[in-house]
Design a binder for this molecule. Structure first.
Ligand SMILES: NC(=O)c1ccc[n+]([C@@H]2O[C@H](COP(=O)([O-])OP(=O)(O)OC[C@H]3O[C@@H](n4cnc5c(N)ncnc54)[C@H](O)[C@@H]3O)[C@@H](O)[C@H]2O)c1
Length: 285
């Protein structure tokens, strides 16, 4: 009772943990629902940066012959074409993946259905990245030409849409690779299922799939520092002001409050478990 728990909670899909946190009487603040002024999720972003960057190194490995891949170097060499990398979703994961893929000399296409995201990619990468509006046709066209597909879409609060279908996978190049980063939200490829770092890849219709649900865990050192850089200001605020004043003085931190003194204060979690919801402000006043 009255302990402060400040970490990733992901309570919506986890009834036992939700029930135990309710009965504990603790103040439970979830990293993943803390917001910022730009509509972002500042404590989720560092992990997407890590996973986006890692997706290209994981994809490069998956394209190696011994992994079942095409036996292709992402950047090619003088006289030999580079790999075509198709990134679906141009948010935090997609932008970081594009940065690495461009750096390695690949031929890079990013598909997004947010015009703002496409504009931002265009400003950031110029002609080094083809920023394409995402439609079913565009996805099919580019995925069938791809050597490496990166899945980085997110529809907040919802399961990832299956944008790459089983039929697409059947028609992809034999030895092509898919890194479905969105697997933690169910994945955006119909043939994806979650894997672990111990056994990260499997093959469907000659296409190598890498679907590790916790990619940043493989680079725990980088991930920990990145995360702590983002969380430290909030931790200092909680320590200096105490949880009540810290939460009352910062609406974005308050959005992180999921459970307090036995009550659910996050609407999505309450809806997911069909339990009563109490506004955080009501409990804190
Ligand atoms: N596997 C892991 O270890 C790991 C780590 C970090 C993040 N993730 C996951 O990666 C995914 C992406 O995270 P993010 O931080 O980049 O999210 P984000 O919100 O920054 O970006 C998602 C992008 O997807 C785009 N999008 C939505 N529908 C689309 C469609 N039909 N076609 C093309 N683009 C579409 C959005 O416009 C947005 O730009 C999330 O599911 C996140 O949970 C996984």
């Amino acid at each position: 009772h009255d302990q402060i728990l400040f970490t990733y909670l992901h309570l919506a899909p986890d009834l036992p943990q939700t029930e135990e946190l309710i009965s504990s009487g603790a103040i439970c603040i979830a990293y993943e629902t803390v917001t910022d002024d730009r509509g972002g999720l500042p404590l989720l972003a560092p992990m997407s940066e890590v996973a986006g960057r890692m997706s290209i190194q994981a994809g490069a490995m998956a394209l190696e012959k011994s992994m079942g891949g095409l036996g292709m170097l992402l950047g090619g060499v003088p006289g030999v074409e580079p790999a075509k990398v198709v990134i679906i979703g141009g948010g935090m994961v997609g932008t970081n993946a594009a940065q690495m893929a461009v750096g390695m000399g690949a031929d890079v296409v990013v598909l997004d259905r947010s015009i703002d995201a496409l504009r931002r990619l265009n400003v950031q990468f110029g002609s080094k990245v083809k920023a394409i509006y995402s439609t079913a046709d565009a996805i099919e066209k580019h995925v069938l030409q791809a050597d490496l597909v990166i899945g980085g879409v997110l529809i907040p609060g919802a399961a990832a849409p299956k944008l790459v279908t089983r039929e697409h996978v059947k028609k992809m190049k034999p030895g092509a690779a898919i890194v479905d980063v969105a697997i933690d939200q169910g994945g955006c490829v119909e043939t994806s299922h979650a894997t672990t770092h111990q056994d990260p890849t499997y093959i469907v219709d000659d296409v190598v799939h890498y679907c590790v649900a916790n990619m940043p865990g493989a680079v725990a050192r980088t991930s920990t520092f990145a995360l702590n850089n983002a969380t430290l200001p909030y931790i200092l605020k909680l320590a200096r002001l105490g949880y009540r004043d810290a939460l009352l003085s910062d609406k974005h931190l308050q959005n992180g409050l999921n459970v307090m003194h036995g009550k659910i204060t996050c609407k999505e979690v309450a809806v997911a478990h069909n339990m009563p919801y109490t506004a955080a402000n009501e409990l804190l006043q």
